[in-house]
Design a protein around this ligand. Structure first.
Ligand code: ATP
Ligand code: MG
Length: 140
């Protein structure tokens, strides 16, 4: 498997509890490299664009409100098979179903406030990275 990049967000429930470093430790322990990172306050427009795929879902409004409720840390992660590897490290969307050792098992508060986002495919990873980073901000 080739070297791959994925997009990550450390969500408001984690930044609020000062867990940025703890999440990053799990990312690095898994063999992923943080090759770009910045802490931002997402705008409503950015959050709506980012989660547009879910706009018809009943939780969409709640999700957007949550994503702008506090700062987030956006990241680009690089490694072998990075997209699937990060999804494995994150754990299931619902922390009650997340495996031991995963970020969501350790830190997530609920299915909505679940500490991290990770891209689900190569195409979405490229789009998500481009939404938040310019090329010269990514140093692999
Ligand atoms: P993400 O896209 O954030 O990495 P995911 O791919 O595991 O998470 P999705 O199905 O894409 O899960 O849902 C996107 C996000 O929407 C979830 O991470 C969670 O924050 C929120 N969400 C999903 N399902 C629910 C729900 N039933 N109630 C409230 N919020 C939800
Ligand atoms: Mg998703």
């Amino acid at each position: 498997m080739a070297l791959q990049r994925t997009f990550s967000i450390i969500k408001p429930d984690a930044t609020e509890r000062n867990l940025t470093g703890a999440v990053n430790a799990k990312i690095e322990e898994a063999g992923l490299r943080i090759i770009a990172q910045k802490r931002i306050q997402m705008t409503r427009g950015q959050a709506e664009t980012f989660y547009a795929v879910h706009k018809e879902r009943p939780f969409f409004g709640e999700l957007v409100d949550f994503m702008i409720s506090a700062p987030v840390v956006v990241q680009v992660l690089e490694g072998e098979d990075a997209i699937v590897k990060y999804r494995d490290v994150m754990g299931a969307t619902n922390p009650e179903q997340a495996a031991e050792g995963t970020i969501r098992k350790a830190f997530a508060k609920s299915i909505g406030e679940n500490s991290v986002h990770g891209s689900d495919a190569a195409e979405t990873a490229a789009l998500e990275i481009a939404q938040f980073f310019s090329g010269n901000e990514i140093v692999g």
